[in-house]
Design a protein around this ligand. Sequence first.
Ligand code: ATP
Length: 366
Amino acid sequence: MKKSFTIAVFEGDGIGPEIMAPTLDILELLQNDTSKYRLNFKKVPAGANEYLKSGRALPDKSLEIAKSSDAILLAAMGLPNIRYEDGTEISPQIDLRKELVLFAGVRPVRVMTAAHSPLKIPQDKVIDFVLIRESTEGLFFTQGKGEVEANEARETLRITRNISEKLFNFAFKLAKTRKTLNQGKGDVICVDKANMFRAFAFFREIFEKEAKNHSDITASSAYVDLMALWMVQKPWELDVLVTENMFGDILSELGAGLMGGLGVAPSADIGLDNAVFQPCHGTAPDIEGKDLANPIAMISSAAMMLEWLGLKFGNQYLCEDAAKLQNSIDIIMHDKNNLTQDLGGSATTSQTVAAIQHSLTSQIKP
Ligand code: ATP
């Protein structure tokens, strides 16, 4: 059983360092018994401030460390006032997805406390589904390279068989794992616009072919506009959704809204060899340095990392600690005194972190 893991840590810009530091403290608190596992953190520079300093937003050395690590923990990168010369935003997190071929953007939509959701959730219903956003191609294929002329602009949507097969295989396997763990009913929906675009009919055809290899999982397809409606009307019926990059970008923000906002929405970008765990939100420069950032999305992303490492390397202690950490977050979210302003509370980042640490300590020390 593998016990020692290298974790590449990107603190990034804006509120990034403010939410990463307490996340690493919490991970240190969890790994008090080194006979079970050890996470070795390697901080690596990247982002808008790094671009100002060195002229490189993602230095080669940082990419190299990320590639050879067991997992990558990332806060947020990019700042509105620091841009490349052509005016485009600095987003090394997107470069990482492309470089490491992290095709599966995993966005769990789990409503921990009904009071934080804008929906009226019936008492017997639970919102717990996962949106998988393809993260290397789709309408982001020509990102930063679109053609703009005086009276016309063009971007290309690209769907490949190779990536789509990997993506759908990932989605069915995730549905299987969720079913085994009693988290889902074993159901995958392909979200597309196959009635309007040939590229999406191609996407759906590959999905239907892959579905034949997973007869224990129910497979169906839905148009993206209808899915937007279902996510609001009956999100408790959903299990695993899989979609193209741009559709996934938009729907995952809707999913974050259902959960109570960006401050609580975690994510992972997963490929065959590497995985990045990061909150769905950006660098939030408007609240930088004020101790106001909600650290929950970042800490939940770290819990996702522990579970992924545990399942990948067969170390059950990591899975147990992932559950303990997520449970601690769920517990503290019931008390408004523990919540930051974005969730209607008045706690500072440090106070929310202290509450999670307190809850965690009572679970790890008998
Ligand atoms: P990006 O383009 O990098 O995804 P964005 O422009 O969508 O970023 P964010 O940086 O995510 O924007 O911020 C959007 C809003 O949400 C801002 O008002 C910000 O303060 C708020 N916000 C984002 N993350 C958090 C957080 N962790 N805690 C509290 N508020 C947050």
